[in-house]
Design a protein around this ligand. Structure first.
Ligand code: PAF
Length: 282
């Protein structure tokens, strides 16, 4: 695996590869890599001539300073994992390299209502920061295909919109959530939980599955109340949202509508760690 830290160096390498007619696949990450990231890399490699992964903990997408400071950094283990899984290129820039003109947003992305829903309501400014860094990364890496996970469903929708707004020539491919054997959605934030809370965290997928299997028989309101109680009785201290929404635009659905592809999304706190997860109803 080749590691680049400088924008000019990776750009030079990519332009040589593109001149040879090679297609580029890209998996952007903030490090603390796990099997979820590896599944994106593995699939990405089957779809491209070479695969680039980036690791950059982007300060501009953290509305909570505490969350930024506690974000796990495991660069040596990440590099080892990437090499073991045959990633071709790692882009590992510094903050100065990514934001040579400072971190203020130069572009305001007109994302529409999706920016204010769900994650947007609890993390103001988050999606503007995500768009800022991903646009910059895409302009550096020029990938033909970008691979992202369904765990961050709203992020995927937002980035699809950004790609369209900025006329970028990249296809975004969303891949299913990678879960532990017991069902916990893999996340870098899981590394901050002790074993007892990792066990408790499984309550999220349990309540998601329960809502999904009962959605045609009960009102969403009743199922949501039951899910809230279950989470709060199993180690969760706070629930940001449990929402039923349309897959298409994440507009909230107060009741389930047969034949409307929908999604149930949860964000909840355990041991001071905010976890998100979702399940599709097709
Ligand atoms: O999902 C993430 O890890 C980040 O939001 C991303 C897409 C790498 C941008 O910093």
């Amino acid at each position: 695996m080749i590691i680049f830290k400088k924008v000019a160096d990776i750009q030079n390498y990519i332009s040589i590869q593109k001149e040879k007619g090679k297609s580029v696949g890209f998996v952007p990450t903030m490090g603390a890599l796990h099997e979820g990231h590896i599944s994106l890399i593995e699939f990405g490699k089957t779809q491209s001539d070479f695969l680039i992964c980036s690791i950059f903990v982007n300060p501009t997408q953290f509305n909570d300073k505490n969350d930024f400071e506690k974000y796990p950094i495991t660069i040596d283990a990440d590099i080892e994992l990437l090499e073991k899984n045959h990633c071709d290129v790692l882009f590992l820039p510094s903050v100065a390299e990514m934001y040579p003109d400072g971190m203020e947003l130069k572009t305001h992305y007109d994302l529409g209502n999706i920016e204010n829903l769900l994650e947007g309501a609890f993390r103001p400014g988050h999606f503007q920061g995500v768009c800022q860094v991903v646009e910059r990364l895409l302009r550096i890496v020029l990938p033909d295909k970008l691979f992202m996970g369904q765990k961050d469903y709203q992020q995927v929708m937002v980035l699809k919109k950004m790609i369209q707004l900025q006329n970028l020539d990249t296809e975004l491919i969303m891949l299913p959530i990678k879960r532990s054997q017991a069902g916990l959605a893999l996340s870098s934030r899981n590394a901050r939980l002790n074993q007892e809370n990792l066990d408790h965290a499984l309550t999220i997928i349990r309540v998601l599955e329960k809502i999904k299997s009962n959605i045609s028989k009960n009102t969403f309101e009743t199922l949501k109340k039951d899910a809230e109680d279950t989470l709060l009785n199993n180690g969760f201290e706070k629930i940001d949202y449990i929402e039923l929404a349309q897959q298409e635009d994440l507009q909230s659905l107060p009741i389930w509508i047969k034949d409307t592809p929908s999604i149930i999304l949860i964000a909840a706190w355990i041991e001071g760690v905010r976890l998100i997860d979702n399940i599709l109803i097709d």
